[in-house]
Write a protein that binds this ligand. Structure first.
Ligand SMILES: [Zn+2]
Length: 133
């Protein structure tokens, strides 16, 4: 096995260790759009660290995952879900939601209004700023 493959497998293993805890935390709901009854996958909120980090993981449905990975396919209507997600109790979900919200500012009025209501502690602000969507 190459070193790259080894790292990939280690990472997958790390993520699978978190799996149960993530499923418990999200209660089978997508942690951004709150959909349930759909397949959820682990998404690691950037920046990626050398080791998979539970605190950076969120459970997302395929619609959210797909639109995060393909910025051109982002549908503002779908992302109205951020109105709730930015208040998530889970820091990784909150930070991810705010970083995504940021991409709609200047394009969607609701995004700016929502952004103005937010308060982030400095550490979370740095985390949001480090995400380049
Ligand atoms: Zn979703």
């Amino acid at each position: 096995m190459s070193r790259g493959q080894e790292r990939y497998h280690e990472r997958q293993h790390g993520l699978s260790v978190f799996g149960k805890d993530l499923v418990r935390r999200c209660g089978a709901h997508c942690e951004l759009c709150d959909r349930q009854g759909v397949r959820l996958k682990v998404f690691e909120v950037p920046p990626m660290e050398a080791q998979a980090n539970f605190e950076h993981c969120v459970m997302l449905c395929e619609a959210c995952m797909h639109q995060i990975i393909h910025p051109k396919k982002r549908d503002p209507h779908h992302w109205r879900c951020l109105t709730t997600a930015v208040w998530s109790q889970t820091p990784a979900a909150r930070v991810l939601a705010i970083a995504l919200l940021d991409t709609f500012i200047g394009r969607e009025d609701w995004a700016m209004k929502l952004y103005e209501q937010l308060y982030l502690d400095p550490e979370e602000q740095l985390w949001v700023d480090s995400i380049d969507f």
